[in-house]
Design a binder for this molecule. Structure first.
Ligand code: FES
Length: 106
């Protein structure tokens, strides 16, 4: 399946993601700028912050309570569609998922 990353300047980059992989892992594997993933996906850094784009935001839903706490400490502005991309697991229903990378991560 594919994930589309939009950088803070509006440039799009489409990468391949395997099923079961997190969106953060897909980004790091393809050197997508701005997705750091410092803690390796253990919900301890908030450096994988993205804004889920329409129409995907309803489908991926909101963050868990722990993720919600981490998002409160994220460097970039928090928005309604903010998620930590290490917590988004690729499944067939998310093929084409489009996220904007938060402008600051650490
Ligand atoms: Fe650290 Fe997502 S990679 S919270």
């Amino acid at each position: 399946s594919t994930v589309v990353f939009i950088d803070p300047y509006g440039e799009r980059q489409t990468v391949e993601a395997t099923l079961g992989q997190s969106v953060m892992e897909a980004a790091v594997n393809h050197d997508v700028p701005g997705v750091v993933g410092q803690c390796g996906g253990s919900l301890a850094c908030a450096s994988c912050h993205v804004y889920v784009q329409q129409p995907w935001s309803a489908q991926v839903g909101g963050p868990s309570e722990m993720e919600d706490d981490m998002l409160d400490g994220a460097l970039a502005e928090r928005r309604a569609e903010s998620r930590l991309s290490c917590q988004l697991t690729m499944g067939p229903e998310l093929d084409g998922l489009t996220v904007e990378v938060a402008p600051e991560q650490l």
